[in-house]
Write a protein that binds this ligand. Structure first.
Ligand code: G1P
Length: 298
């Protein structure tokens, strides 16, 4: 029997303009860029499903068609693959349509991550929910969501995922000040700030793109003003949850992530992610490694 779990829904913001990948993202959402042979978004959906969350809400922009199609049936393609006896490919295509129950809401104006999450209010209702950002891929061998769900059940409130990064990288992330708890790798968050300037960061703990949020966030988001980069920041709303009484959904903890994560948010990290994931693949890894070695020694 499945263990009782507090989180049943996940929100996946996919409305970003993908400007860092133009012109590739002119007509294709950045979440559809392939990481080996799957679009990045598929890894994220599979991660949520593996953690037992099948009700997903995509917060989309003007670019939703290919995303919707990817997670739907493609009758002509399915028929052709079946006729050709291409069983593995057929399975890989058909299974996508039943992977999760995906719902869609349009963000309208891309006003920031906080604004995107705010769009999920009606769908989510009054229960804790997960948010997964598509730029962060978490290696399936070192999942983080199960521990975050456990932590939410135990402590209530909101749960973040933190990763230690070098000081010269922290300005790229939300950054949290923390206090230890008596549970290994679970900490209490005492403050959180979005993209601190060099030298101003309260710690080296970076917020990675996995959240379990208390629904109290929605009311806060309604009045959250634009912050870093002129955008309505999720981090700023989370900061307000820290001081909210527990009875009102306040309190923020975090799980320290020590697993493997891939960043697909900018070109260089994306390329590194593709190479690392391909090197790990049984069907490609050995040949790619041999080729890379000889290519680099030339
Ligand atoms: C977003 C969040 C940031 C977080 C990061 C993780 O920033 O605002 O707090 O650290 O994701 O990837 P973005 O990378 O969208 O600028």
């Amino acid at each position: 029997m499945e263990k009782s779990r507090s989180v049943h829904k996940a929100v996946i913001p996919v409305a970003g303009l993908g400007t860092r990948f133009l012109p590739a993202t002119k007509a294709t959402p950045k979440e559809m860029l392939p990481v080996v042979d799957k679009p990045a978004i598929q890894y994220v959906v599979e991660e949520a499903v593996a953690a037992g969350v099948k009700d997903l809400l995509f917060v989309t922009g003007r670019n939703k068609d290919t995303l919707e199609n990817h997670f739907d049936h493609a009758p002509n393609l399915e028929r052709t693959l079946a006729e050709r006896g291409a069983n593995d490919l057929y399975k890989s295509v058909v299974e996508l349509a039943d992977l999760a129950r995906i719902h869609y809401v349009r963000q309208g104006n891309p006003l920031g991550l906080g604004h995107a999450v705010g769009m999920a209010k009606e769908h989510v209702g009054d229960e804790p929910f997960a948010v997964l950002l598509g730029d962060d891929l978490v290696d399936e061998r070192t999942p983080i969501l199960p521990k975050m769900f456990e932590t939410q059940t135990k402590f209530g409130g909101t749960v973040l995922a933190l990763m230690e990064v070098p000081s010269d990288q922290i300005h790229l992330y939300g950054c949290a000040a923390i206090k230890e708890t008596n549970e290994t790798d679970v900490v209490q968050v005492t403050s959180v700030v979005e993209k601190p300037k060099a030298g101003n960061a309260p710690s080296n703990y970076a917020v990675i793109g996995r959240y379990v949020l208390d629904p109290a966030i929605f009311k806060i988001l309604e009045t959250t003003q634009p912050g870093a980069g002129g955008e309505i920041q999720l981090t700023d709303a989370i900061a307000k949850l820290i001081d909210l009484p527990t009875a009102q959904g306040g309190g923020v903890h975090a799980v320290i992530f020590r697993g493997k994560r891939y960043d697909t948010g900018d070109k260089l990290s994306y390329l590194k992610s593709v190479v690392s994931i391909a090197l790990d693949r049984k069907d490609l890894g050995d040949d790619l490694r041999t080729w890379l070695k000889s290519y680099l020694s030339e």
